[in-house]
Design a protein around this ligand. Structure first.
Ligand SMILES: [Mg+2]
Length: 340
C-alpha cells in the first residue's frame, strides 16, 4: 500500500462522493434534461436536497461494505468466506423497511431467492440481467486494502453474480472496481480509459471459476471462456464510445447521448466515468452534470462521485454537503477502516 492512500483518505472520499451523487440524482432519476432544468434551474447550480436522502445504490454499497468487513474479520477473502455475510447483508437490505427507494427489480427477485439458505446462490442469480445494480454498489471492492488482483476481480464479479449473473454485469463490475482502485492509488485520469481497455483485453477470456463455480452453465454458451468474453466485449465496445466522447463532447450536452442512459451496467460505468473525466478537478460539477442526465441519474452520479472521491480524497467534498448526507456515520466508519 502506498502512503498516498491514508493521506488523501480515498475510501472516505469515494464512499461520501458515491452517496452525495446518489442523493443529488435521486430527484432527477426519471426526468429528461429539459424537465430537470425546469425544476432545478441551471445544472451547474443544482443544490443537494434537504434532507439529503440516498437510494438503494448507497444502501446496497453499505450492505456490500459491511459484508466484506465481516468476511475479512474472519480471515483471507475467498468465495465461501465472502458469500455468506454479503448474502446475509443483501437479504437484510431486501427485508428492511428503509428499502423503499425505487429498488431495481433484479435485486428484489434475486434477494427473495437468496433468502432460502438452502438455495445455492447460482440458482438465485438472474443470468439474463445486466442492470446497473451490479456495479452501482461495487466501489468497496476497489477500496478495501490488501486484496490481490485475483481476489479483487473475483470478489467484484461474485458480488454482482449474487443478483445479476449476465456476463456483462460481471465484467462491468470488475472494471468499475478496477477503476476505483486505480484512482484511489494515484492513477492519472488522463490515462484511465486506456488502462481500463488494457485490463478488459487482458481478462477477456478469464472465467473466475474459483469464485463463480458453474454459473456460466446457466447461459447458452459452449464454454466458460465464451460466456465471460461476451461480457468483456460489451465493455470494450462502450469503452470505445467513452474514449471518443471524452475528446469530443461538450460538457453542456446530456452525457447519456454519448455513452448511454446507464440503466445497464456497462453504460452506467461509461457515463459515470464520462461525467468524472469531463471535470476531473471539479468534483461538484461532475456530480451535477451526472445528476442532470436523461438516464439513471442517481446511479450515474453515484459512480461519478465514487471516481471523483477515489481520485481526490475526502477533502473533495464541502463539509456543508458531506455532513448532512444520509448514513453519514456508516459511510465514514467503513472509510476510516479502509483508509487506516
Ligand atoms: Mg437508485
Amino acid at each position: 500500500m502506498t502512503t498516498s492512500i491514508p493521506a488523501k483518505r480515498a475510501a472516505a472520499g469515494a464512499l461520501t462522493g458515491l452517496a452525495l451523487g446518489d442523493a443529488l440524482g435521486f430527484p432527477t432519476e426519471f426526468s429528461d434534461v429539459p424537465a430537470i432544468l425546469a425544476k432545478c434551474g441551471p445544472w451547474r447550480e443544482i443544490r443537494l436536497p434537504a434532507p439529503a436522502i440516498v437510494t438503494d445504490d448507497t444502501q446496497m454499497t453499505l450492505a456490500l461494505g459491511r459484508g466484506l468487513r465481516t468476511a475479512m474479520d474472519r480471515g483471507v477473502l475467498g468465495p465461501k468466506r465472502m458469500e455468506r455475510p454479503v448474502r446475509e447483508e443483501f437479504v437484510d437490505w431486501y427485508r428492511s423497511p428503509e428499502n423503499n427507494r425505487a429498488p431495481g427489480r433484479t435485486c428484489l427477485t434475486a434477494c427473495s431467492l437468496l433468502e432460502d439458505e438452502n438455495r445455492r446462490w447460482q440458482d438465485a442469480s438472474q443470468i439474463g440481467s445486466k442492470g446497473c445494480g451490479a456495479n452501482m454498489r461495487v466501489a468497496p471492492i476497489g477500496l478495501v486494502p490488501g486484496l490481490s488482483d485475483e481476489q479483487r476481480a473475483g470478489a467484484a464479479q461474485l458480488q454482482s453474480a449474487l443478483t445479476h449473473g449476465h456476463p456483462t454485469a460481471l465484467a462491468a463490475s470488475d472494471l468499475t472496481a478496477h477503476a476505483v482502485r486505480l484512482l484511489a492509488t494515484g492513477a492519472e485520469p488522463a490515462g484511465l480509459v486506456g488502462r481500463l481497455r488494457s485490463y478488459a483485453y487482458d481478462n477477456r477470456t478469464r472465467y473466475h471459476e474459483r469464485w463463480l463455480g458453474d454459473l456460466w452453465s446457466r447461459a447458452q454458451d459452449p464454454t466458460p471462456e465464451h460466456f465471460i468474453a461476451r461480457g468483456w466485449d460489451d465493455c470494450l465496445a462502450v469503452l470505445d464510445r467513452l474514449q471518443h466522447a471524452v475528446r469530443t463532447v461538450s460538457p453542456e450536452t446530456d452525457p447519456c447521448l454519448a455513452t448511454g442512459e446507464g440503466w445497464i451496467a456497462e453504460e452506467a460505468l461509461a457515463t459515470g466515468l464520462l461525467c468524472f473525466l469531463l471535470f476531473p478537478g471539479e468534483p461538484l460539477t461532475a456530480l451535477r452534470r451526472a445528476a442532470c442526465t436523461s438516464g439513471d441519474s442517481d446511479s450515474i452520479a453515484c459512480l461519478a462521485g465514487a471516481f471523483a472521491g477515489a481520485h481526490l480524497g475526502a477533502d473533495a467534498w464541502p463539509a456543508d454537503w458531506a455532513d448532512r448526507i444520509e448514513y453519514r456515520g456508516d459511510l465514514l466508519a467503513l472509510g476510516a477502516l479502509w483508509d487506516a
